[in-house]
Design a protein around this ligand. Structure first.
Ligand code: SF4
Length: 325
């Protein structure tokens, strides 16, 4: 077990999908064997992002926890908890709000994508990188799994840690390092990045027929009309979506058969739907099991909340002592 403390969160903004599971969440599972991991459902962030009503957030929070368990996170290895159940997140957020220049937040490159044209910019949305800093530093996180597009957020966390340490003459907070997620970004059924906001996802709740239908509608190489037409897998979403679920030999074989006109798109789509279903089905069974056994789910969350709370409380006591309150 390394000394590293890994911290990461999932926002409960809908039903988790294949892109989440095969991307960031798979990395969480890989890290749990060798690191001290804190994984939380970021319900405050869902509220701050104005994406959901609070009742939906509560429902999606359960679904997020069920997904984390279904994909293989072990509550004895990883601390799995809900952000709003540990009040210290907001305490540290408030303290960091006092020392974070607004200019840092206004420079946040993803802010403009999150602002809605029909609403004024809420203070919470401007300040969400400060809450993220609190989320990570509350557990003295040293490693944060991130996708390439999230690196600027971590930079603000590092700046806040540095500023706090400098202002109060302490080494209380580490400057966490990014652990880049090497998994490819999965394309959705329309070829764009798989994302709830594009409505192009294969979700953990989709049954086999739904998956078959979604894959059937995917656009392939427009020049490949008949099986015998030579195709171009490099521009084909079916080929790209399949890659992370098969080995290199399989992929190379499909590539060759497509370019030589020895496989048709209908046949290949059927194969892909089977591959996705084989991958998703065991996870889906566990997912629905946990949703149907709410008591068990609650016990696991209570256990994680308590473990998180103990660490968070220690940090807050240390911070209050440092700032003299
Ligand atoms: S055969 Fe497969 S890889 Fe080739 S264009 Fe059709 S779906 Fe894409």
């Amino acid at each position: 077990m390394s000394e590293n403390i890994v911290v990461s969160g999932i926002r409960p903004t809908g039903v988790p999908h294949l892109g989440n599971i095969r991307g960031a969440l798979q990395q969480w599972v890989n890290l749990q064997d060798n690191h001290n991991c804190f994984y939380f459902v970021a319900d405050w962030h869902a509220l701050f992002g104005l994406e959901e009503r609070s009742r939906e957030i509560a429902e999606n929070t359960k679904k997020a926890v069920a997904t984390l368990l279904a994909i293989g996170l072990d509550p004895d290895k990883s601390t799995i908890f809900i952000q709003s159940h540990v009040p210290a997140h907001l305490t540290l957020f408030t303290i960091f709000s006092a020392i974070t220049p607004v200019g840092w937040l206004e420079r946040n490159p993803t802010l403009k994508d999150m602002v809605r044209a029909d609403q004024p910019l809420p203070y919470g949305l401007l300040g969400y990188p400060v809450l993220q800093a609190a989320d990570i530093l509350l557990y003295k996180g040293t490693m944060v799994p991130v996708g390439k597009d999230q690196q600027p957020h971590l930079e603000i966390t590092r700046e806040i840690a540095r500023r706090f340490n400098n202002l109060f003459g302490t080494d209380c907070f580490p400057e966490p390092q990014a652990v880049l997620n090497e998994s490819p970004v999965l394309p959705g059924t329309d070829g764009r990045k798989m994302s709830k906001s594009y409505n192009n996802v294969i979700s953990i709740e989709d049954d086999k027929d739904t998956i078959v239908n979604k894959v059937k509608q995917m656009i392939t190489d427009p020049e490949k009309i008949r099986k015998t037409d030579p195709g171009h897998p490099d521009i084909c979403t079916v080929f790209q979506l399949e890659k992370p679920f098969v080995d290199g030999t399989y992929s190379a074989d499909i590539y060759q058969r497509c370019t030589e006109g020895r496989i048709g798109c209908v046949e290949h789509k059927n194969m892909l739907a089977e591959i996705i279903w084989d991958y998703l089905r065991p996870k889906q069974e566990k997912y629905f099991y946990y949703l149907e056994h709410e008591e068990q789910l609650k016990k696991i969350v209570d256990y994680g909340d308590k473990r998180a709370q103990e660490v968070a409380q220690k940090t807050i006591e240390e911070v209050m002592d440092i700032i003299g309150l």
